[in-house]
Design a protein around this ligand. Structure first.
Ligand SMILES: *Cc1c(COP(=O)(O)O)cnc(C)c1O
Length: 376
């Protein structure tokens, strides 16, 4: 059996172990310490825009805290991009709120501003004005934040930006993770950089980030004993994981460059082939190209995305259909959905290709050989 080619696997830079070793030597083996502070500083510098960052145990924890900090409560409604990973939507239910799913538009595959406004008007007419909007930058491609923010400002509904897949992506030079009233990042094992597991909450509002750190460490009031006047969470990032994160921050620009290069190679090889379509960057947008994704039109191509996926699997190459939209998931299908069928079509025809920054050129040759076989 040929060695496995993964969709996206962890890729260490080399200095991570130094930071972890330092943590051992100084006995900072806790969910606080110099690596946590250092990692937060690194992220703040990278993101710019006066960002403040709280390092957390996961991106999901960031979304949960984000909803709590925006004051979302049981019975509230939250507008959520349907085309995403379930981690975007799950936290809405943790606070007892109701997800209202919104379809994607075709240029970026992210939340449609048109359908968002339609949903807001209809929810207001039904007597329950939504409390937050959660757009996602899928596969690293920035959502149409300009238009989404105009709507957010007009209706005074804050944005909780899910930038889990988009560290290093930008619109007109402004980094994803700085567009939301509150934003979140993920450093899970398959993301563009990893802390083995981790996430962050980001906001330009320093007080919000302070509150996030407070809630993430069990909401301990200042007192010599354990005193609590709020419900807390155990969501802080460990100092060991943050050490890995500091090492990874040193190679982040190289990782982005490599993922973009991989996209370019797929594009060179496959663009113009019958029935294969790429997600191209709109003007002024930069995607970190976390994953290269293609759409296969079976009528034009003569094969389906499933034919291709199975052919790759036979060669021990991992690929995966695009996210199955939340409004089609058994666990979420009873919730309201505003859409025009875009996400469903993307799910039917879309495939994520191996895109890890540790992909070798011989891996790409193996992948291309399968394409040649299927396209014959
Ligand atoms: C990975 C991911 C998350 C969750 O991040 P974790 O760190 O794994 O909890 C949330 N949203 C999206 C879109 C993701 O891809």
């Amino acid at each position: 059996m040929k060695p496995k080619i993964w969709l996206s696997s962890p890729h260490m830079g080399g200095t991570e172990q130094q930071f972890v070793k330092e943590a051992f030597e100084t006995n900072w083996i806790a969910p606080l310490g110099p690596n946590v502070n250092g990692f937060e500083k690194d992220l703040e510098l990278f993101l710019g825009n006066e960002s403040h960052v709280a390092a957390l145990s996961s991106g999901t924890a960031g979304l949960h805290l984000g909803l709590v900090l925006l004051g979302v409560k049981a019975g509230d409604e939250v507008l959520c991009q349907s085309m995403t990973f379930s981690a975007t939507a799950n936290p809405i239910t943790y606070v007892g709120a109701t997800p209202i799913f919104v379809d994607s538009e075709k240029d970026t595959w992210n939340m449609s501003p048109v359908l968002l406004e339609e949903a807001i008007k209809d929810r207001i007419a039904k007597g329950n004005k939504p409390k937050a909007i959660i757009p996602v930058h899928l596969y690293g491609m920035p959502a149409k934040m300009g238009a989404l923010k105009v709507i957010s400002n007009h209706y005074k509904i804050p944005i909780l930006e899910d930038a889990a897949e988009a560290l290093g992506s930008s619109i007109d030079g402004r980094k994803c993770g700085t567009f939301g009233d509150i934003s979140i990042l993920s450093f899970n094992g398959n993301k563009i950089i990893t802390t083995s597991g981790g996430g962050a909450l980001v906001s330009a509002n320093e007080a919000v980030v302070k509150d996030a750190r407070f809630l993430a460490t069990q909401a301990r009031d200042e007192a010599p004993h354990y005193q609590h006047s709020k419900i807390g969470y155990n969501y802080r990032m460990s100092n060991l994981c943050a050490g890995v994160g500091r090492g990874q921050m040193e190679v982040l620009p190289a990782r982005i460059a490599k993922r973009r290069e991989i996209y370019d190679k797929y594009f060179e090889k496959l663009s113009g082939k019958k029935g294969i379509h790429f997600l191209e960057e709109p003007f002024w947008y930069i995607s970190n190209r976390w994953l290269t994704t293609i759409l296969i039109d079976p009528a034009e191509a003569g094969f389906t995305r499933e034919d291709l996926r199975l052919a790759l699997e036979k060669e021990n190459i991992e690929s995966r259909p695009l996210w199955k939209p939340m409004h089609l998931q058994p666990v979420f299908e009873q919730y309201p959905f505003y859409g025009d069928g875009t996400a469903e079509k993307l799910f039917q025809n879309g495939l994520c290709l191996p895109s890890g920054s540790n992909l070798e050129s011989e891996d790409l040759f193996r992948i291309f050989a399968v394409f040649d076989e299927v396209m014959r």
